[in-house]
Design a protein around this ligand. Structure first.
Ligand SMILES: [Zn+2]
Length: 71
């Protein structure tokens, strides 16, 4: 199973920091491999990310529902 890792640019040095969304949402911090800056979500951004993920999931659900209807 191929799972493409996600990454975000380091706010300090702009290096791509690989992260796993599930862990990020769980409050895990990820460290920049270049400058060792730790990135993580504050409680507030966690809600924003969750909200975004929910919306994405809704869109996905709508898409698959349409597919089934077409089929
Ligand atoms: Zn960095």
């Amino acid at each position: 199973m191929i799972h493409k890792d996600q990454s975000i640019p380091c706010p300090v040095c702009n290096t791509s920091i690989p992260f796993e969304l599930n862990k990020l949402l769980a409050g895990v911090q990820f460290v920049c491999p270049s400058c060792m800056a730790a990135i993580g979500l504050s409680g507030e951004s966690k809600e924003i990310v969750k909200d975004t993920m929910n919306k994405l999931q809704e869109i996905k659900n709508n898409m698959s529902a349409q597919k089934q209807r077409d089929h």
